[in-house]
Design a binder for this molecule. Structure first.
Ligand code: HEM
Length: 408
């Protein structure tokens, strides 16, 4: 296998590793055209350095629910594993993943999320209140909403929220595979993780001494048949929830608003059918997902779609491409807000993943996305002309800003 260290990436070989060039502005503008070109070469392809890449729905879905694929660090030169103490259950395999996810789910139930509905509505109203004229939707709505919600859920005091922005930026880039990151970015990410963890160590100690009605107190107190979260596990979980809360839903709201603004007839439908908002958000998640891909390693010698993969090989699962696989979705490049309407049985999108790592925050993300987009488009909103700039990230797809005009 070729050297795939960060240095190689700095020399511009990301395209060789991936099979497409994520730094090409044309890729940011329309990654789906690039995925289509890639898919023309086959459902599963090996790039020049040995990484496997799949654009196929069937293979992405299959690998995500196959226990023979996971996160054990066996990717040879391609997998620089995070130190154990920093790992959250997002990148663990059973039985550790099962144990931790179960413990955290107990403190993160759908009931707890539904209780947030009035608060999310109130926050969206407050954020939208008084917005008129030229507005950046990312800064004014899409970013602050999920940040405030997850901070309030965890019990982070409002005065500390700004601390997180810098840390979270560094950590978000850190969601990209290590082999695509320069060493300096990895160092920044690790530093941010350490600072984040130190902050939560302190806050958790306060909650242990004096529990409140918040998620952090619940996590501190969580136990199951004598099983508890260790301090390190608790901290890694808080960091995971904070990063997930900061960096994903923002892009559901941003990408979703953009897709609607670019399809006036679908926007009209969105406004006419408030009862279809949940289905519309599912289609927006399929059409331009905030999370574009995930990685898995073959934990043993396996076959994927008839191709033998040696133990330790990495597969890049392009779920953003799978969501537009024409063998599964009718007219996949069309935004169709009725695709998931009641009575239709479109296949599930893979935007929240699939299998044992299916997004734990999906109910919260859906709630926030539905309320934010519904209330936003109760107003008269128009896209401002000009180039759109995306954030520099491979796993996450999201705009730096989204300039619009809101007429009161
Ligand atoms: C896992 C997407 C919002 C918490 C995942 C995965 C995806 C995803 C694709 C699986 C990754 C993999 O299998 O490698 C999204 C999207 C969101 C969103 C698109 C917004 C639209 C959230 C929120 C939270 C959250 C708001 C919590 C505050 C988690 C957690 C996991 C996860 C804890 C790990 C689950 C596990 O490993 O068992 N998310 N997410 N997510 N997400 Fe989300």
């Amino acid at each position: 296998m070729a050297d795939t260290s960060a240095q190689a990436v700095q020399d511009g070989e990301a395209a060789a590793i991936l099979g497409f060039d994520p730094s090409d502005p044309a890729f940011h503008a329309d990654p789906y055209a690039h995925y289509r070109a890639l898919a023309a070469g086959g459902r599963l392809q090996q790039t020049t350095v040995g990484l496997w890449v799949s654009t196929s729905y069937e293979l992405c879905e299959g690998a995500l629910r196959d226990p023979r694929f996971g996160h054990r660090p066996q990717g040879g030169g391609l997998w620089r594993d995070a130190p154990q103490r920093n790992r959250s259950f997002l990148t663990m395999d059973p039985p550790d993943h099962t144990r931790l996810r179960r413990l955290v789910s107990k403190a993160f139930t759908p009931r707890l999320v539904e209780r947030l509905r009035p608060r999310v509505e109130e926050l969206v109203d407050d954020l939208l209140d008084g917005l008129s004229g030229e507005v950046d939707l990312i800064a004014s709505l899409a970013y602050p909403l999920p940040v405030i919600v997850i901070s309030e859920m965890l019990g982070v005091p409002p005065r500390d929220r700004d601390l997180f922005k810098g840390w979270s930026d560094a950590l978000a880039r850190g969601l990209d595979p290590d082999f695509l990151l320069p060493d300096a970015e990895i160092a920044l990410r690790d530093e941010a993780r350490a600072e984040f963890a130190a902050y939560f160590r302190e806050l958790a100690a306060q909650r242990r001494a004096e529990p409140r009605d918040d998620l952090l107190s619940a996590l501190v107190g969580v136990s199951d048949g004598g099983d508890v979260l260790s301090e390190e596990e608790l901290l890694a979980t808080c960091v995971l929830l904070l990063v997930a809360g900061h960096e994903t839903t923002v892009n559901l709201i941003g990408n979703g608003a953009l897709a609607l603004l670019r399809h006036p007839e679908q926007l009209a439908l969105f406004r006419e059918r408030p009862g279809n908002v949940a289905a519309a958000v599912e289609e927006l998640l399929r059409y331009d997902p905030p999370v574009q891909l995930t990685l898995r390693a073959a934990l043993e010698d396996v076959e994927l779609g008839g191709t033998p993969l040696e133990e330790g090989r990495l597969v890049l699962l392009l779920t953003g491409a799978a969501n537009r696989d024409p063998s599964v979705f009718a007219d996949p490049d069309r935004l169709d807000l009725l695709r998931y309407a009641e009575g239709r049985d479109a296949p599930r999108h893979l935007s929240f993943g699939h299998g044992i790592h299916f997004c734990l925050g999906a109910p919260l993300a859906r709630l926030e996305g539905q309320i934010a987009l519904k209330k936003l488009f109760e107003r008269d909103v128009a896209l401002t002309a000009g180039d759109l700039v995306y954030r520099d990230n491979l796993v996450l797809r999201g705009l730096r800003d989204l300039p619009v005009v809101i007429r009161a």
